[in-house]
Design a protein around this ligand. Structure first.
Ligand SMILES: CC(C)(COP(=O)(O)OP(=O)(O)OC[C@H]1O[C@@H](n2cnc3c(N)ncnc32)[C@H](O)[C@@H]1OP(=O)(O)O)[C@@H](O)C(=O)NCCC(=O)NCCS
Length: 232
């Protein structure tokens, strides 16, 4: 009987401590979701927060090489939240998962600080790799609903990945990536692709080739003008 009372007391203390232990995650939710009203609502109604809390526990157990239990716990959390975070993933501070359903974060994923994921996001493998096979995400990244980031690739910090994009290659910091396969449309706040449609999206390499082509044309024009003037 005493043991039961102690267990209930410990449980209540842990619940009361939640707002302190997970202050970073609660603040992230408040800052990034205009619909979030107060801490109680956030603690009770946000499956993204529940999944992250559960992940912190499973990751702690995973690092101590506890067998089976961390994965069982993460699958249980998936059952209730629709969000699957492998206990082996490394996740920084202030992760905010909005709506949540269908989010998958693979075992060797590394997520920086202040990252936002919407529903349906996969940070996964291509299915062809072993070892480090999931993405490394920098700080301050927003990944839109349904986007897939696949393989052992690096996504630079302060980036936006558009809804439903499929990103398969490294991307530099401060970029916006949209489409399938993902293409950079904005870098350092500058539009790279003025003729963008959902299929014919340029990438930085073709942009550089275009610039080079234009320079060669300019040089040829200059040369022609010089020849004409010398003929006169
Ligand atoms: C990509 C995104 C972050 C916007 O980033 P941004 O840097 O402000 O980019 P812009 O809005 O200037 O768009 C740049 C270009 O990409 C296009 N674009 C934007 N989002 C796109 C997407 N998801 N897929 C394809 N193209 C997209 C725009 O039409 C624009 O094209 P244009 O240059 O021909 O006009 C945003 O559109 C997005 O997808 N956010 C995800 C939000 C989300 O998932 N919400 C779910 C809430 S439940």
């Amino acid at each position: 009987m005493v043991w039961l009372l102690c267990a209930i007391l410990a449980f209540i203390i842990v619940i009361l401590m939640m707002p302190i232990i997970f202050a970073g995650e609660i603040k992230a939710t408040k800052d990034r979701d205009p619909a979030a009203r107060n801490n109680v609502e956030i603690l009770l109604l946000y499956p993204g927060l529940h999944a992250v809390i559960c992940y912190r526990i499973t990751h702690w157990l995973w690092k101590r090489r506890i067998p089976f239990f961390p994965r069982w716990l993460s699958q249980t959390a998936r059952f209730f939240t629709g969000i699957e975070i492998h206990p082996g993933a490394s996740i920084g501070k202030g992760l905010f998962i909005d709506h949540g359903m269908g989010v998958v974060i693979g075992e060797t994923t590394i997520v920086g600080d202040n990252v936002t994921l919407f529903q349906g996001v996969t940070l996964g493998g291509t299915g062809k790799e072993t070892g480090k096979r999931h993405p490394t995400m920098g700080n301050n990244i927003v990944v839109g609903a349904g986007a897939k980031v696949l393989g052992n690739i690096q996504i630079g910090e302060n980036s936006y990945i558009g809804a439903n994009a499929v990103v398969l290659k490294d991307t530099p910091p401060n970029t916006t990536i949209v489409g399938v396969p993902g293409r950079i449309t904005k870098q350092e706040g500058r539009k790279l692709d003025l003729l963008m449609d959902h299929i014919h999206v340029l990438d930085p390499v073709s942009q550089n080739l275009r610039d080079l082509h234009k320079r060669v044309q300019d040089l040829e024009n200059m040369n022609n003008r010089g020849n004409q003037e010398s003929e006169k």
